[in-house]
Design a protein around this ligand. Structure first.
Ligand code: GDP
Ligand code: IMO
Ligand code: MG
Length: 429
């Protein structure tokens, strides 16, 4: 009896996950959802992420800080599954502080999150240079080397900055310098960068650094609800993405549990977010990629340039093979479709329903997505301007048909449609 009674008061963790190659619009939707939650927590990744939030004519791009930070009174957490660069964190936090957001009271950082050292960033560049033609096209933020270090059990964690840090830092830096010398990679000078990085360490010390897993679980026990903010996307997941062209963290629902320290039975809704078309930044297979003027037009209209690196994002049609796979891996319960407005005025909208190679057709994600050709279903487009619409009743019939087609193919409801970058341009279905 007691356990049932407790259950009704237990809070839950909902997850909002990018389910393609990142940049789906996670930042925007987390910001819109925040009023419904008590806590917003990042569970994976670091400053490789760039989450854009636009409201009241202002634009912010967050990298390590959760997108719930604009809502006063909500706790934001950088979880143990994240990696953090103190210098970049300091820049990001100071920008928010200069805009009047008091971070100290609403941002807690896990003592178990791993630190990105300046030399991790040099190693990132060195490993990429050594790969020649097979570069991953990383963001250069030291993500891969830092997560490798974590797995090698030699990394430094945020909790390490509290005591005897200088010696630990010097030892790890010396080890990295040795690796770089062995690689014959000598084209670097971190003197200035290191100064700012050490200032960043001091700055970090002013924040609440704690066991956020225990903190989150206590709040759940009190009936508080948590929104887990994904970074990157399922196709960049270290296990389930297009390996080796992936990031180095667990970006999926499983990553929510390990990256925050919450049990699977705490997970409630799993929101899978995707765009009405596809993009990818960096190298790696991308069967739906368009190399023609349609791809250029999507890039231009959708402003598909990296929020962090400014790189061109590769553009293509929506990929149902990838989406079905991601829905399966994550257990997505609701879909959120972004950037429908970017496709305004296209005569025909295409959706990839299968991949084909040497006469073989597959609808399940193959081991190696290199060399597969997309099989498309064509649907009629719309002429209207979606971005000015404020309710689903206003949507043109062909856009409604596109949504219905995706819902039926993906066997999952699309419950939110976004028609512009502003908070306000968010429509519940
Ligand atoms: P995230 O990494 O998933 O948070 O996404 P990014 O911020 O990297 O990229 C999404 C981009 O699309 C940002 O520039 C947003 O301002 C913009 N955006 C989000 N939703 C919409 C939408 O519905 N329509 C349009 N046109 N832009 C959007
Ligand atoms: P958000 O959270 C899009 C890509 C990089 C590269 C690969 C590995 O904004 O959606 P890394 O630096 O992580 O080792 O790079 O992953 N990548 C992203 N692409 N959005 C992101 O984050 C990304 N984070 C990493 O371009 O191909
Ligand atoms: Mg992004």
């Amino acid at each position: 009896m007691n356990s049932t009674a407790n259950k009704t008061h237990r809070g839950q963790v909902d997850a909002l996950l990018g389910i393609v190659f990142g940049d789906e619009g996670k930042g925007k939707v987390v910001d819109v959802f925040t009023p419904h939650y008590d806590v917003v927590a990042r569970f994976a990744g670091g400053p490789n992420a760039g989450h854009t939030i636009i409201f009241d004519g202002k634009k912010f791009v967050l990298r390590s800080i959760p997108s719930g930070i604009f809502d006063e009174g909500k706790l934001n957490i950088i979880g143990n599954g994240c990696v953090i660069a103190p210098d970049l964190f300091m820049d990001e936090a100071r920008e928010l502080e200069s805009n009047g957001y008091d971070l100290r009271s609403r941002l807690h950082i896990s003592n178990r999150a791993h630190l990105i050292l300046p030399t991790h960033r040099v190693l990132d560049r060195a490993y990429e240079a050594a790969k020649g033609k097979n570069k991953v096209g990383t963001t250069g933020k030291g993500i891969g080397p830092t997560y490798s270090e974590k797995a090698s059990r030699t990394g430094l964690r945020v909790g390490d900055i509290m005591e005897g840090f200088e010696a630990k830092y010097a030892a790890l830096k010396a080890r990295h310098e040795q690796i770089l010398a062995d690689l014959n990679y000598t084209d670097y000078d971190i003197t200035e960068e290191e100064k700012r990085w050490l200032q960043g360490i001091d700055y970090l010390r002013q924040f609440v650094i704690t066991d956020t897993a225990t903190e989150i679980n206590r709040m759940l026990e009190q009936g508080k609800n948590v929104l887990a903010e994904g970074a990157q996307g399922t196709m960049l997941d270290i296990d389930h993405g297009t390996y080796p062209f992936v990031s180095s963290s667990s970006t999926t629902t499983g990553g929510v549990c390990t990256g925050l320290g919450v049990a699977p039975n705490r997970i409630g809704e799993i929101f899978g977010i995707f765009k009405a078309y596809s993009t990818r930044v960096g190298s790696g297979p991308f069967p739906v990629e368009l190399f023609d003027e349609t791809g250029d037009l999507i890039r231009e209209v959708g402003h598909e340039y990296g929020a962090v690196t400014g790189r061109n994002r590769r553009c293509g049609w929506v990929d149902l093979v990838a989406l079905k796979y991601a829905i399966m891996i994550n257990g997505v319960t609701q879909l959120i479709m972004m950037k429908g407005d970017v496709l305004d005025g296209f005569k025909t909208i295409r959706a990839c329903i299968a991949y084909e190679k040497d006469g073989e057709r597959v609808t399940d994600m193959p081991f190696d997505t290199e060399g597969w050709e997309p099989v498309y279903r064509d649907l009629p487009g719309w002429d209207q301007n979606l971005s000015s619409m404020t309710s689903k009743e206003e949507f043109p019939q062909t856009f409604k048909d596109y949504i219905a087609f995706l819902e039926s193919e993906l066997a999952t409801p699309i419950t939110i449609v976004s028609v512009g970058p502003d908070r306000e341009q968010t429509i519940r279905m």
